[in-house]
Design a protein around this ligand. Structure first.
Ligand SMILES: [Zn+2]
Length: 197
């Protein structure tokens, strides 16, 4: 039985996606062996990130400033908004250097199974932004999963009233595929070959 401090840390680690109690135990023991080179710097980095990083109130991207660096960058094309499920997808598209417009993170996908409905996602904010006359295209870059595609259709319906052009990624995205796992070339190609909805 670990001492209370380690037990507490393990219980938090075990809540992370992909980690269970067993992985959490291994992680905490690994950290203890590298107390000065890894554990303390990690704890400080996490505390600093928790203090200073917030979701952008415009697009949902994470940054230390609000609006975020992408929303406030005058070199980004204000006419195109790329809609993604999560911030990890913004990072993937930025790594691929494939898109010069701005983003909108809706924060997940519709899922009857997980009880996630439209009210749980940042859809109203998207419709509001799409209605701006300066915006003329919304690209739906959802993952090629069943829930991702259901969400894309729902968003296309909601956006219809704004009259904005709506497109989605081409099927360079493999069925079941998640953007974050694609190589940069495939992702860039899927974006270039996007199709009107
Ligand atoms: Zn932003």
């Amino acid at each position: 039985m670990a001492v209370g401090e380690l037990d507490r840390a393990m219980q938090f680690l075990a809540k992370l996606p992909g980690l269970g109690p067993r992985s959490a135990r291994r992680a905490i023991l690994h950290l203890m062996k590298r107390r000065d080179s890894l554990m303390l710097p990690l704890a400080e980095a996490l505390a600093a990130a928790a203090r200073s990083v917030r979701p952008c109130t415009t697009c949902g991207n994470l940054d230390t400033v609000d609006p975020c660096g992408i929303c406030s960058d005058p070199r980004r094309d204000p006419q195109a908004i790329c809609v993604v499920e999560d911030v990890a997808d913004v990072w993937a598209l930025e790594r691929a250097v494939a898109f010069k417009g701005r983003y909108h993170v809706i924060g997940g996908v519709l899922s009857a199974l997980d009880g996630i409905g439209p009210g749980d996602l940042n859809v109203d904010g998207l419709v509001l932004r799409a209605a701006d006359p300066a915006v003329n295209e919304v690209i739906l870059a959802m993952n090629a999963t069943v829930d991702g595609q259901t969400t894309a259709h729902y968003l296309a319906d909601r956006l219809a009233s704004t009259g904005v052009k709506v497109s989605r990624l081409a099927h360079g995205v493999p069925v079941g595929g998640e953007l974050d796992y694609l190589d940069d070339g495939t992702l860039a190609q899927a974006l270039r070959a996007r199709q009107a909805l």
